[in-house]
Every structure is written in C-alpha cells, then in structure tokens.
Design a protein. Structure first.
Length: 404
C-alpha cells in the first residue's frame, strides 16, 4: 500500500497539561525541518494527535528514517485514510486494508490449527457519529471475519497478533503498524547545553541522551595537531553529524589545544597531566557556554572507567567549573551498556576507528587516581604567567563548524 498520511504518536508530551501545545509546536517544527528536503509535506495538529500528509512523491523509507529519529515521537503509524464516514465506505476501507497489509500473513494458516488472531479497536473522536465505538468495532470485526475467517483469521481481544485501529474524526483513519520512534522531548524545549565531544564511544552517547531530554546541543572538541591527525578531527565531525540526526544541528567548536597541553606537560607532574588538562578543558567549555547562553556542560564520564573518572578525580575536575552544572548522563553505566547504546544510535562503528584524540595522546604511564584539590591547585601554580595567553589564544582561534 502506498501511504500518504502518518499518525504521529507521542508519550511524555501528553503529560504536559496546559503547556502541551508548546511541546507539540516544537515537535511539528522539527518534523517540518527534517522532511523539507524530501518533498511537500503538511504537518498538522488536531486535538491529541499530530498528522503528516505527503502532498508530493517522496522516499517512504527515508521519511520514516527521519521521523523515527526525532525526539518527542514515540511511534509513527502509516494510516489509510477514508474520506467518507458512511459505514459501508469505512468497512470497505478496512477490508481493503486487510487485503493489502494483512492477508499476506495468512499463508499456511487455518482457524483450526494456527489462526492469525486480530482485534478491532475503534476510537470515535467525532462524538456526533451515530455508531458508538464498541458497536463499530464489533461490526467491522464481523465484516473482516465474514471475508477472512475461512482463510485463517480469528478474533482474540486479549492477546491478538494484529490490532486494527480505526479512528473516526472528520475522516476515518485505518492502521495496524506502529514504527517505534526515539521518544523523549522535542529539542528546543529545555534550553541549551555544550558537550565535550571526543572521538570515543562515550561522549556521543552522552550528547544523545541529554538532547533526548529536549536540550539543544552545542559541542566542543579539543584538537591537538600535529599529535592528532585531520582524520581524528573528521571522525569527531562524523560522530556529531550522526548525533545531529536526532538532536538537530550541532554547533561544534574546535579548539586547538596543543600549546596548552605542552605547557602542562612541561611544567606539571606527569601523573597529574590528565586531571589538570581536563580542568582546563572544563574552564574553556564554561567560557564558551556563557558566551553562547548554554545552561550546562555535558560529558561522557562514568565512575571508575579510567583514572580520571574515579570519584576523587571527578570531584577535583568539577571544581574547575564555577557557575554552571556539569551533567554526566552515563555516570552509573558500565562500558557494555554504553557500547550497546552507541550501537543502537549508530555511532559505534565510527567511534572505534583508530584515530586518537588529544586525551589519549597525552596520558601518563601511572596517572593519579586519588588526587586532592589542594595538590592539583599547587601544581597548577607552576602554570601561572604561562597558560593564560595560551588559553586565550586557543579560545579566540577556535574553529566553528555547524553539523547537520
């Protein structure tokens, strides 16, 4: 069947009470943006429902790919539309739908041995319609049985294999498939954050998870040429573009961090390199966040994964940020859980490409795992008069790329 109309389902948005229309408006805006390049689409709101109507030819698979990656959508239902509300026309539409979408599953079935069970579910939003929902469901189910019972279909209202939904509004909509969406909240409904994005497995997943809560995302990548290659930078851009399929456009700040790292390497104890380097990264991220009106910093850290992610290390690193919160959505996840999430969202294969970033280049052989704030601040005094101009230059010369 060639579908031209889609019913968009949402879950959490439905709990927003009087503010629900604001979330629906954001969701509709995101859908229009994502579908614009594929053809002429109308996105419209009715009470408790959002519909997408295709007004031109379009790539069905690509449209579904884009819709199911939009945060806020819990499911997409391709629907058959019947313009007439006469019972006979709706019944004919249901039978046509079964013929084109369900009857192919009846091969080898029989009511006696292995019936294909179904349930007819009717929602009558149009309360002026003369037949109530239960009676309508019973009559339409009977019509289906009259034609298909001998071919192997049987009603089961408790555990059916197929649920045929009929929704009666100003027209009738018929569907049976729900293609799962990304869920969450529409991007743009919960402020803006900046993510420390590296080429690893963790940070793209963390960026995805915060964006899923409706947060618009920016990102900062700390580049270390010539110790890291252009391929390492391209890898981060590719990861950002994958996440942007869900999160929308991401403004990426590429900071050349080499001179700062070398200063730390030459002047500070090597076992403290990673801690001091990360504290400097957090300060830079905070400065960028303030300039771009981001309300928080996002990182991909989880407790105990590496030496700089012990509770002792995280406490010292956090102290570098003064005015805005740091969110770590992966904090309690183990590595396998993070890997599985990265595979689910499509970043894993890119993350494991062998192009190292600055964090992996400047790693001490025996890094400290229980640093104290006093100890680190004492070591940082050795950078006074050295790091300030390097820090400022790194921020002022940052490259900005928009990932879509």
């Amino acid at each position: 069947m060639e579908y031209k109309t889609f019913l968009i389902k949402y879950a959490e948005i439905g709990t927003k009470g009087k503010n629900r229309y604001k979330f629906e408006d954001h969701l509709c805006k995101r859908m229009r943006q994502r579908l614009k390049a594929l053809g002429d689409f109308e996105v419209r709101r009715e009470y408790g429902r959002i519909f997408v109507d295709a007004k031109s030819d379009f790539d069905y698979d690509e449209a579904m790919n884009r819709l199911t990656k939009i945060f806020g959508i819990s499911g997409v239902c391709p629907v058959m539309q019947v313009d007439s509300l006469e019972y006979d026309d709706i019944s004919a539409g249901v039978l046509k739908y079964v013929e084109e979408e369900i009857a192919g599953m009846l091969t080898g079935r029989s009511v006696a041995s292995s019936p294909l069970t179904f349930k007819m579910n009717v929602r009558r939003h149009n309360k002026e319609y003369p037949i109530n929902s239960m009676e309508m469901a019973a009559r339409l189910g009977g019509d289906v049985l009259d034609k298909y019972e001998e071919k192997g279909m049987k009603v089961d209202v408790h555990k059916p294999e197929i649920v045929i939904d009929v929704e009666i509004r100003n027209v009738a909509y018929i569907s049976s498939k729900v293609i799962p969406g990304a869920c969450g909240l529409p991007v743009g409904t919960n402020g803006k954050a900046i993510s420390l994005l590296s080429g690893g497995i963790d940070s793209p997943v963390a960026t995805y998870m915060i964006a899923k809560r409706g947060v618009e995302m920016e990102a900062v990548y700390f580049n270390a040429p010539p110790y890291t290659s252009e391929r390492a930078k391209d890898k981060v851009k590719d990861l950002g573009r994958i996440v942007a399929q869900y999160a929308g456009p991401i403004k990426l700040h590429i900071v050349n961090f080499t001179d700062c790292q070398l200063a730390i390497y030459k002047n500070c104890p090597h076992e403290e390199l990673t801690i001091i380097m990360k504290r400097l990264m957090f300060r830079m991220a905070e400065d960028i966040a303030k300039k771009d009106d981001c309300q928080c910093i996002v990182t991909g850290e989880s407790i105990g994964q590496v030496s700089s992610q012990t509770t002792f290390s995280l406490r010292v690193i956090n102290d570098a940020v003064t005015d805005i919160p740091v969110f770590r959505p992966l904090i309690g996840m183990d590595k396998q859980e993070i890997v599985e999430m990265s595979q689910k969202i499509g970043t894993y294969e890119t993350s494991i490409l062998p192009y190292e970033d600055c964090c992996t280049i400047f790693v001490a052989k025996h890094p400290v795992t229980k640093p104290t704030l006093e100890q680190i601040e004492e070591s940082e005094k050795k950078l006074e008069g050295i790091i300030e101009p390097l820090y400022q230059t790194a921020l002022e010369t940052a490259e900005v790329v928009y990932l879509k």
